[in-house]
Design a protein around this ligand. Structure first.
Ligand code: HSE
Length: 416
């Protein structure tokens, strides 16, 4: 019988205790031995039985383990912990997208130097398989574009809002279900999805980690009305992160989009993540599955342990060949069609003023609809534009904000 893989877990929160529950099931106990846990404090929701707990998480590295599983989150201490473990000749498995995004180049190079493996399947889409698929299974392909709904919390909230449930209620539910980050702002403001698309870009396009500055926007400004107006045109609202090879530059962005309700990604609701991948050999294909939560994350973590296990026959992971300075394509130069929501004064000539601003910026209007008065007397105007440059839209937004008759202006980009 093959020896068991000896494992130490660092961190003892929702994800770690979810993993503990799975590792202590008989089927997993045959393959893995949980040697110890590194946790600064107990977790009242989980009894670790007779597994040794080290209060100094760095002591886990010194134990007789093959793999350290980093589940402490954050970047600084996690980076030190992973670096020390790799330097001590231990494999590392992590679900931490922030540390992989910020320090991925350095940590992967450290793993290679020490002839050990750094595995991070659960860092993107939790258990929905994407990391080893990109690095190993798609090795024969050139990936040209990845479009991903990469944050389960955000998709859960947007799906609930579409059903008429308030944003705050949906966010509380996502927290209770264990989908949200300890700081849910990272989910809501697009940062979590940005980290994930940066990691996918590194694997698919060999771009650097961390990526340079790119456009990151959250779902904070989306309202129930936006869903109603979108619905009139058979569209829905999702949060999308995209990367694409664009000549010798890389397109990277993370923001809400309007998307066809019946499209592959538009139809995915709840905590599900969806990733559409375009490649030269396979063409376009879609992966979808649960993207957050303790069970899904445990699934991703254990898939890495299986890949590392002493009886695995294939190489666990092929790493990117980071380019020296992968250049991010300027967001202002990208082309989109836009949904524009304006709240304007109810007076003669305001629609003409709106049209003039679009015209001054050479923005062609596809549709324009004036809606019923709001309770405060303002009038909503919804505009759909033809394809234009982001820079043109930014200029128009500047012009709108300079007009006293136009009280507010908001855009959502349309993803085709
Ligand atoms: N907070 C993350 C999400 C967890 O909602 O997607 C999984 O990375």
């Amino acid at each position: 019988m093959n020896p068991k893989l000896r494992v130490g877990i660092c961190g003892w929160g929702n994800v770690a205790t979810g993993l503990f529950e799975q590792l202590t099931k008989p089927s997993n106990e045959q393959a893995f031995e949980l040697v110890c846990i590194g946790a600064r404090r107990d977790n009242p929701n989980c009894d670790p039985g007779d597994v040794t707990i080290h209060r100094d998480i760095f002591e886990v590295i010194e134990q007789d383990i093959d793999v350290l599983i980093e589940l402490i989150g954050g970047t600084d201490t996690a980076r030190d912990l992973i670096s020390n473990a790799l330097n001590a000749g231990k494999h590392v498995v992590t679900a931490n997208k922030a540390v992989m995004y910020e320090h991925g180049n350095e940590l992967i190079n450290l793993a290679i130097k020490n002839n050990v493996h750094l595995m991070f399947e659960a860092a993107v889409c939790a258990g929905t398989p994407i990391i080893k698929m990109l690095s190993n299974d798609l090795g024969a392909n050139q990936v040209t574009k990845i479009s991903g709904m990469l944050n389960g919390t955000t998709n859960y909230i947007l799906s609930k809002m579409e059903q008429g449930i308030a944003y705050e209620v949906a966010l509380e539910e996502a927290k209770e279900k264990g989908y949200a980050e300890p700081d849910p702002c990272l989910d809501i403001n697009g940062t979590d999805a940005a980290h994930k698309i940066g990691i996918l870009a590194s694997l698919a396009l060999n771009s650097d980690l961390p990526a340079g500055n790119f456009h990151i926007e959250g779902i904070e400004k989306i309202t129930a009305e936006d869903f109603n107006y979108a619905d009139e045109f058979n569209l829905t609202i999702k949060h999308l992160a995209v990367t694409k090879q664009a000549g010798d530059e890389i397109e990277l962005r993370s923001h809400p989009v309007l998307i066809d309700k019946n499209s592959s990604l538009g139809g995915l609701s709840g905590v599900r993540n969806g990733i559409q991948i375009d490649t030269d050999l396979l063409g376009e294909f879609l992966i979808a599955g649960s993207g957050a939560g303790r069970e899904s994350t445990a699934s991703g973590l254990i898939s890495d342990l299986i890949a590392l296990s002493k009886h695995a026959s294939s190489t666990p992971m092929h790493y990117p060949h980071f380019k020296d300075m992968s250049k991010i394509k300027s967001f202002e130069s990208l082309d989109f069609s836009y949904y524009v929501y304006l709240e304007v004064q109810d007076q003669a000539g305001v629609l003409a003023l709106v049209s003039q601003i679009f015209s001054d910026n050479e923005i062609s209007i596809d549709k324009i609809v004036q809606k019923d008065h709001l309770p405060d007397g303002k009038v909503p105007v919804v505009v759909f534009t033809d394809l234009i440059k982001e820079s043109q839209m930014q200029k128009a937004l500047e012009n709108f904000s300079a007009q006293s008759e136009i009280h507010s202006a908001k855009i959502i980009r349309i993803e085709t």
